[in-house]
Design a protein around this ligand. Structure first.
Ligand code: ATP
Ligand code: MG
Length: 570
């Protein structure tokens, strides 16, 4: 239903929602919403309440499915995103431009999700936009595969960008800017060895190269670009202050010779700029108003602004935020890449990794990632969160959406005497009848979870959930015998079951912390539960997430000949 609703329609809209959400519509819970949209309805509360009461009566007589069907006529607003400390200093509403600048040197991880969401959401909160910039000036590390993975990751997250750029497309501009620096005596070509440069910085001593005149610098720089000098024989350095307390300012490197081909530019360029040189130029010339980066860059701010001043470029507002780090997780490409190269993990989507691909494979939803990373706000406050809050958020969302299934982990056999074979219909969700039921046929043998079997004692009455009550008559190794007691009636214990005849072999892989306290790889970080799940799990598609009752949520990862493989989610 589009356009402005009438008072009656508005009452109907929210009464239906109240009924569907809470099983029973209560006019007192709906009235606030209605008055929010129809302030005038307050003037005659008696009449308004009368309408509300009548509508509640009508709606409460509907079945859940009928009410849900009627709800489809209306559009319901999603809950407003919490805006947490995403205030940008000196922001002009509608004129904010931020950027997310990943280097395409690996797959995106949850740390990138934090940066990207902060960039995207803070811009959106100020009516602004975000650019996606691939910071790709290190040919040795970058690949098109990673560009694609980053875009895919952002799309999965729900991050939107209004434009896309590549730092490497601007190489000729950087060369021109470098010549400008030479002319202004603010840069020089340094032909010292790396060792000498390092020593000079430590001893706060300038080298002889600093005296080179602009012409000589420009001609050496040309040779560097033309591949007439070998890698390591020369770099361009910023003329800073070798006595500065800020070590970053002790004549940092602006360009170095790298002859490896670039994934996007081929072998067109042999001399590549440093992050320190390109970041301020890109931010300024792309019109970025607010440039955010993680706190460890703070010492580089002085250099950032110095370069802009020399080149007479507009300085953006720089903002720092804290890096996301989680105990036991390598939230950095620098840490993840070696694990991949040494084949200690399966690949970028190994469920133990904090990459977006791994999180998705584990059934972590992008909505949960978003609210988790934004919960830290745009602050420099360091915290070491654990996965708990993310998993709790994920569970909350999955709870409503996921079908329930039975899974007997490390199973024990249950033999029942005196019960007829039955076909029962078990609800897919305890609160949402709209999610339907599945049929299960039983005979006299079942699988139950090993821990449930252990906890039973002879003479005890228990219930097979949705089926019948039994009394334990005998217990032996990995086996329980019980006799039929009653179809209905209370039993203290309710346990899940899988009919033996139709049981499907099932494995659930569980990702533990990848790193130990000292940051070393934990060999046994991936474990596995095995058992049987019910036959209806065969109908699940890859990627479906179910709740194995009294076990947890799991996402279907693979269908193998001998059974199903899930990954534990939360
Ligand atoms: P990595 O160590 O993973 O290589 P990086 O900072 O070099 O990290 P980039 O691809 O250059 O990775 O990062 C793109 C953006 O994501 C940067 O703004 C960076 O600060 C941010 N970022 C990277 N890791 C994290 C993290 N753990 N927490 C928050 N932001 C991060
Ligand atoms: Mg990096």
């Amino acid at each position: 239903m589009a356009g402005k609703l009438s008072l009656e329609e508005t009452i109907r809209k929210y009464t239906l929602k109240n009924a569907v959400d809470y099983k029973l519509a209560i006019p007192g819970k709906v009235v606030g919403k209605v008055i929010g949209e129809f302030p005038d309805a307050k003037n005659d509360m008696k009449a308004t309440m009368k309408l509300l009461n009548e509508e509640a009566k009508r709606v409460n007589a509907l079945t859940h499915e009928q009410a849900q069907a009627e709800m489809k006529e209306f559009e319901y607003e999603e809950k407003k995103e919490e805006k947490k400390e995403l205030e940008l200093p000196n922001a002009v509403q509608g004129h904010v431009l931020t950027r997310f600048p990943p280097e395409p040197s690996g797959y995106p991880h949850i740390g990138h999700a934090k940066a990207a969401w902060l960039d995207c959401q803070s811009a959106a909160n100020h009516g602004g936009k975000m650019l996606l910039r691939f910071d790709d000036t290190n040919p040795e590390k970058e690949k098109q595969e990673y560009v694609d993975a980053i875009k895919e990751g952002l799309t999965w997250l729900g991050v939107e960008w209004s434009g896309e750029s590549y730092t490497s497309d601007r190489m000729d501009d950087f060369y021109t800017s470098c010549d400008e620096m030479f002319v202004k005596y603010k840069a020089y070509v340094c032909t010292c060895t790396a060792e000498q440069v390092k020593k000079g910085r430590e001893e706060k001593k300038a080298c002889d190269c600093t005296v080179r005149e602009p012409q000589e610098n420009m001609s050496l720089f040309r040779k560097m670009r033309e591949g007439k000098m070998v890698g390591g024989s020369a770099v361009v350095r910023f003329r800073g202050d070798m006595h500065s307390d800020n070590t970053v300012m002790r004549d940092p490197t602006l360009f170095r010779i790298i002859t490896a081909p670039h994934y996007r530019q081929g072998d067109k360029y042999k001399c590549w700029p440093s992050y320190d040189f390109v970041a301020p130029i890109m931010d300024s010339t792309e019109g970025i108003t607010h440039a955010m980066r993680t706190k460890e860059y703070e010492l580089r701010n002085e250099l950032y602004f110095a370069i802009l001043k020399i080149l007479e470029l507009r300085p953006p507002q720089l903002i720092e935020f804290s890096r996301l780090s989680i105990k036991g997780a390598p939230i950095s490409k620098r840490l993840i890449t070696p694990l991949i190269e040494q084949k200690k993990v399966e690949g970028w989507d190994d469920p133990r990794l904090p990459t977006l691909k791994a999180l998705a494979r584990k059934g972590i939803l992008p909505e949960a990632v978003k609210s988790f990373v934004l919960s830290f706000g745009l602050t420099k406050v360091e915290s070491e969160p654990n996965w708990g809050a993310l998993l709790a958020e994920n569970r909350k969302i999955l709870d409503e959406r996921c079908m329930r299934r039975y899974f007997a982990r490390s199973p024990a056999k249950l033999m029942v005497e005196g019960a007829p074979g039955k076909e029962v219909e078990v609800p897919n969700h305890p609160k949402n009848a709209g999610m339907g039921k599945r049929k299960m046929a039983t005979a006299s043998e079942f699988w139950i979870a090993g821990t449930d079997a252990e906890a039973l004692s002879v003479g005890e009455t228990f219930r097979l959930k949705e089926l019948y009550n039994l009394v334990v008559t005998e217990k032996a190794d990995g086996m329980v015998r019980a006799k039929y007691d009653a179809d209905e009636g209370l039993a203290a214990k309710k346990i899940q079951w899988v009919p033996l005849e139709s049981a499907v072999a099932c494995k659930v892989k569980i990702a533990g912390d990848l790193l130990d306290e000292a940051g070393n790889f934990r060999e046994n970080s991936l474990s596995e539960d095995a058992g049987f799940c019910e036959i209806s799990c065969r109908e699940l598609a890859l990627g479906d997430i179910v709740q194995f009752e009294r076990y947890g949520y799991a996402r279907m990862d693979k269908k193998e000949e001998h059974g199903l493989v899930f990954i534990f989610s939360c």
